[in-house]
Design a protein around this ligand. Structure first.
Ligand SMILES: [Zn+2]
Length: 253
């Protein structure tokens, strides 16, 4: 093959790769946290978002009544991960390296990513928190389990710095921040949880998500919080009706 033919092929491959992600992105309809495309309208924006409006097991919720039970604890097997970070226009997310998982009733769920909302999406007894981290896991059957960690203002949380110090300020593709993080280090020490059946808190709002909201918040400093809020503030879906659901509190660590 002649040199100019090779160059043309390389050019086509390059153009294809540059265009492909944009095409993939434009297939899911745009949504926001306020106005015409805000949470009240998510269900009408696209047929694939319908459950956002019609679902009866939606998240987040106000956790005001729960029944205590002695459940098997979540077993965390979190390793360090490269901070592969992206700003998806709704939050900042770290795609977690393979190999970290939780065990829920002895079923492993792989940790896929974590991201944040400010203020918190879950509310406890009517009390909102300044922020909430969601650690998203999936099992071999494709079922999701999300661990919610509520963040309260207080002491600096150095375990969060590899994340907070590398937040992409513009909407971005995945970037390697060149540092590592261990999600284990920003979990609360006392790992009791509220558990209930809910949904994704963003479109398409799919149900069948096992929610595990940590009973105890962890602290972060005012400075750390303002870095999160500078990028995304009010990226929290309002609380949804509980309907027939029972919230269980695993009160024994
Ligand atoms: Zn979330």
């Amino acid at each position: 093959m002649k040199l100019h033919q090779r160059i043309w092929i390389l050019l086509f491959v390059f153009i294809f790769m540059a265009c492909a992600p944009q095409e993939a992105e434009s297939t899911s309809p745009h949504w926001t946290y306020e106005g015409e495309e805000g949470p009240e309208h998510w269900g009408e924006l696209d047929p694939s978002y319908a459950v956002c409006g019609t679902g009866t097991h939606q998240s987040p919720i106000d956790i005001s009544t729960s029944s205590e039970k002695d459940l098997a604890n979540i077993v965390f097997h979190y390793e360090s991960s490269q901070v592969n970070i992206l700003n998806n226009g709704h939050t900042v997310q770290v795609n977690y390296d393979a190999g970290s998982y939780i065990k829920l009733d002895s079923v492993p769920y792989d940790l896929l990513q974590f991201h944040y909302h400010a203020p918190s999406e879950h509310v406890i007894d009517g009390k909102s928190f300044p922020a909430e981290i969601h650690l998203v896991h999936k099992n071999a059957d494709g079922q999701l389990a999300v661990v919610g960690v509520l963040l309260d203002e207080g002491a600096e949380n150095s375990a969060l710095n590899p994340f907070i110090d590398n937040l992409p300020t513009e909407k971005s593709d995945v970037q390697d921040a060149g540092v590592t993080i261990n999600a284990n280090e920003f979990l609360p020490t006392l790992q009791t949880t509220f558990r209930y059946a809910g949904s994704l808190t963003t479109p398409p709002c799919s149900e069948g998500v096992n929610w595990l909201v940590m009973t105890n918040p962890v602290e972060l400093s005012t400075e750390q919080l303002s870095k999160l809020e500078e990028l995304f503030e009010n990226n929290n879906r309002p609380v949804q009706e509980i309907n027939d659901r029972i919230i269980t509190e695993d009160s024994t660590p």
